[in-house]
Ligand binder design. Sequence first.
Ligand code: AMP
Length: 183
Amino acid sequence: MHLSTGDLLRAEVKANTALGNQISGLLKDGKLVPDHVVIQLIQSCVKDQPSGAVLLDGFPRTLAQAESLERILSVRRVLLLEVGLQVVLERMAGRLTCSGCRRVFHRVQSPPKREGICDTCSQTLLVREDDRPETVQKRYQVYMDQTLDALDHYNKLGKLVKIDGSRDPETVFIEIRDIIEGL
Ligand code: AMP
């Protein structure tokens, strides 16, 4: 199972739930959603899937989240995709996400066959609100301020694997696939 906290939170916002309305401003500003909210989301998703492996994407992002996660499941590896701010800005400025199947395109590096339309499900492609350059800069700062502690925690446990994410997607994919298959 693949769980992306970003996708789960954006789905709450899109569906206009009470939680979605509460957190939409935080997402728009590139700030982190409170720890207890994301921990509860992960906990309820994992509870429905008691066996099998789980790939967590974008979680944990703080030391408190990492510590809580240990009470929910046992972490085998933490994969850190390292990319410099300039490359991050270029990638996010061109990112297009399908409103239907969530497939990701890039205006220049992997454009869709028809402009604004997903190759897979023909739904509309959208630009994420938090992919504006000034918000990306803020998200990078949030990462430096709040996520490095969580990474340090996993590094000390010998579970952190650093991957050079600035290479082409296929190369990065193969490296990640080999790590996961080797577990
Ligand atoms: P992502 O799709 O992983 O880039 O996340 C998009 C946004 O969702 C982040 O900028 C945060 O506002 C929120 N978010 C996602 N995951 C987390 C998390 N683990 N903790 C707190 N906020 C999160």
